[in-house]
Design a protein. Structure first.
Ligand SMILES: Nc1ncnc2c1ncn2[C@@H]1O[C@H](COP(=O)(O)OP(=O)(O)OP(=O)(O)O)[C@@H](O)[C@H]1O
Length: 303
């Protein structure tokens, strides 16, 4: 289990993270979300032992994670970190990059493991291609596979699918998170993307103003967002009578005391997002069809 206790850290004078405490169990998937600059990457760096803490302690099982002041070589065998710079060897192939740190003395196992991971990141067609010729998204997938090669006990992922196109993203995400679960590898993922969280994360943690704003199951935070910031992570929402109401909770009805005027209909695929004016405020709701501009409609709030 990863145990982070009262962590406080600053690069310069003002703290970036204050009093951060949480645990991650074996095989658990924890998603860290927060606005840009809220300290997600910094927290991953600290867990990896990249910097020295100002205060607090980090343990993986019984091993204390120590920063550069105490360690000549940063990083531990049981932990891998896939950050934004992929740090690959450009002049060797995808397969060679992935198998680079696997033992040469077990060539069959090395080959088998490399092939298994190439499949996980869906790079079968590129196994023998030199990394320097790959796109950003393909490189990101090689970096993921390489981090998994020696099967860490815990993996830290910083925006792991940020460079991957929408055509591939969904299936790749399922493949990687399923692999981590099957192998019982703990995972901490820093992300801006709700699709990394919903359906995959066991727990999510929201960083805001240097602290943990909330933490819990994604379902709980979705259903009971403490603040508009948390609701905004999940999608369009409105504040009506001081309550956070998601766009999909507002329905058009025959008659109600919420009379609104349609402004714009945005095509969203399986629905339209309608922008309307309600009591002088802008509201958004989802609807099956586009609605005529300036038409009057009545809304009701569903659970
Ligand atoms: N090496 C550094 N030296 C000084 N300040 C830094 C350093 N790295 C990050 N910061 C600052 O620390 C704060 C947190 O940055 P961090 O990269 O951890 O945020 P983040 O939540 O990961 O952001 P993003 O979502 O944009 O990646 C920012 O204000 C950033 O400017």
């Amino acid at each position: 289990m990863l145990n982070v206790k009262n962590l406080t850290f600053s690069y310069n004078k003002s703290p970036i993270l204050k009093n951060i405490s949480f645990n991650v169990k074996m095989g658990e998937n924890l998603a860290i979300i927060g606005e840009s600059g809220s300290g997600k990457s910094t927290l991953l760096n600290l867990i990896y032992g990249e910097f020295d803490l100002n205060e607090g302690k980090i343990f993986w099982k019984n091993t204390e994670i120590l920063g550069p002041k105490y360690n000549l070589v940063i990083g531990y065998e049981f932990m891998k970190y896939v950050h934004q710079e992929f740090d690959l060897m450009p002049y060797i192939t995808v397969a060679e990059n992935i198998g680079k740190h696997l033992s040469r003395f077990f060539p069959e196992e090395k080959e088998q493991r490399t092939q298994e991971l190439i499949k996980v990141v869906e790079l079968e067609d590129f196994a023998n291609v030199k990394v320097k010729t790959l796109s950003g998204g393909q490189k990101q997938r090689v970096a993921l596979a390489r981090a998994l090669a020696k099967q860490p006990e815990i993996i830290l992922l910083d925006e792991p699918f940020s460079h991957i196109d929408n055509f591939k993203k969904q299936s790749l995400r399922r493949s990687v998170y399923k692999y981590l679960k099957n192998k019982n590898i703990s995972c901490i993922v820093a992300t801006h993307d709700k699709d990394d969280v919903l359906g995959f994360a066991d727990t999510m943690m929201v960083l805001n103003n240097n602290e943990i704003l909330d933490t819990g199951k994604p379902e709980t935070l979705y259903k009971h967002p403490k603040t508009p910031l948390i609701a905004s992570f999940f999608g369009e929402f409105n504040v009506i009578d001081n309550e956070i109401i998601y766009a999909n909770q507002l329905k058009v009805v025959e008659q109600s005391n919420l009379k609104a005027k349609v402004i714009t209909s945005y095509f969203k695929g399986s629905y339209y997002l309608i922008e309307a004016e309600l009591n002088g405020e802008i509201v958004f709701f989802e609807h099956g069809t586009a609605l005529e501009k300036d038409s009057a409609i009545y809304l009701s709030i569903s659970e």
